[in-house]
Write a protein that binds this ligand. Structure first.
Ligand SMILES: [Zn+2]
Length: 396
């Protein structure tokens, strides 16, 4: 399996210009091919790669871009198109690949074998040889030690203008944890990111990223300010910059809180982790009418906490620590009483489960976690293991 480590890199002004130049050319190549596809051209990786010579003739500046990066553009396009065809075949929303916008840095992917690391310096090649070489190689100063050996390096730039190199490397063997039959079930939700209930009768509460409302308000405000300016004016550009910085900050905070929650969750002693499958929550999102309340839910489920990302992270970490992850059908787990099995409607604003039959009063999420665990222990029906779930999910 692959491990990714992102390291901030420092580059000189001319080297930064070189990177910016190369990503602009790669993006242009990507977008040009995409425009052909949008106009109805057929996609073939093989045919597309053959056109690179023509592109070089049309735009000689491409020659200053490192060839492996250009190759990577075709692979990326191929991947995007494959995803598109797969979704069409599966009858999902197809989502044709999109143009890469100018204001975003087009990730530069370097195959590891062509890169050199000398002490704290990562040397990134540029295109051309001898007198045809336009830019000298980029010498990037690494702020941390990279994993060695590595398979691939992806260079990115964030909205604040910092450059990063993400090293992909093969991870070591995973350590299997002894399966002692203990398990902890989590209900993933909105009010708290995860509520767990274990076979030992212990409850675990993990909060999530809660300041997103504040950030959304700021972002909405910035957008409305910007809407009042002329597009392309200085103020418009300035506000766009601020907008990107704020949303970058929000993303970072969100990622940080996800990581903390994730680390806490996977540190628990139980040898099995049981999660509800999220498809039920999606159905909530789709089927409800868009009232003010469900609108808030929509945002929180879909974007703010990145539950899907979170589940992927749990799977990933579990594999490394040798824990088992099970995904259970989550249907009715919030509606059923964990004491007697009575079923009643539980609108999302109801935070407490009160059972009219046996008199159980319990936090809504705790009740669902208990149900999920009970379901897991009863092993009702087949549940997919990790690989099945992941392959299903990659189709989304
Ligand atoms: Zn009951």
């Amino acid at each position: 399996m692959l491990l990714a480590k992102r390291i901030r890199i420092n580059v000189s002004r001319p080297d930064a210009n070189t990177l910016d130049f190369m990503q602009a050319k790669c993006r242009a190549l990507y977008n040009w091919h995409l425009s052909q596809l949008k106009a109805g051209a057929k996609w073939s990786l093989y045919e597309a790669k053959k056109t690179l010579q023509q592109s070089r003739a049309v735009d000689p500046e491409i020659n200053a871009v490192y060839g492996k990066l250009l190759q990577e553009v075709f692979f990326r396009l191929d991947e995007a198109m494959r995803g598109f065809f797969r979704r069409v075949k599966a009858g999902e929303a197809p989502g044709f690949p999109r143009y890469h916008p100018r204001q975003k840095f087009f990730t530069l992917k370097y195959p590891g074998m062509y890169l050199r690391v000398e002490g704290p310096t990562l040397i990134l090649p540029t295109g051309g040889r001898g007198k045809h070489k336009r830019f000298p190689d980029v010498y990037a100063k690494l702020t941390e030690t990279p994993p060695m050996p590595f398979r691939e390096v992806a260079v990115t730039k964030d909205a604040e203008g910092h450059y990063y190199a993400t090293f992909l490397s093969d991870a070591g063997e995973s350590r299997p944890q002894a399966d002692d039959g203990s398990a902890i079930a989590y209900d993933l939700g909105m009010k708290t990111l995860a509520t767990g209930y274990s076979t030992t009768g212990r409850f675990v509460h993990i909060g999530g990223f809660t300041t997103y409302r504040w950030y959304n308000k700021q972002l909405d405000h910035l957008r409305s300010l910007r809407a009042r300016c002329h597009k392309g004016s200085r103020r418009h550009r300035y506000l766009t910059g601020v907008y990107h910085r704020v949303s970058e900050k929000k993303r970072r905070k969100q990622r940080d809180s996800l990581h903390k929650a994730w680390a806490f969750l996977t540190r628990q002693a139980e040898s099995a982790i049981v999660l509800g499958d999220l498809s039920q929550q999606q159905m909530v999102r789709k089927s409800r009418k868009c009232t003010k309340r469900t609108k808030g839910l929509h945002r929180s489920v879909q974007n703010e906490w990145g539950l899907y990302q979170f589940v992927q992270m749990v799977h990933y970490k579990a594999q490394r620590t040798g824990k088992k992850v099970y995904v259970m059908n989550e249907r009715y787990t919030s509606k059923e009483c964990s004491g007697c099995g009575y079923r009643q409607d539980m609108p999302l604003w109801k935070r407490t489960y009160t059972c009219p039959q046996c008199g159980l009063v319990m936090d809504r999420d705790e009740n669902s976690a208990r149900n999920i665990l009970a379901r897991f222990l009863a092993r009702l029906g087949p549940y997919p293991d990790r690989d099945d779930v992941l392959s299903e999910r990659s189709g989304i």
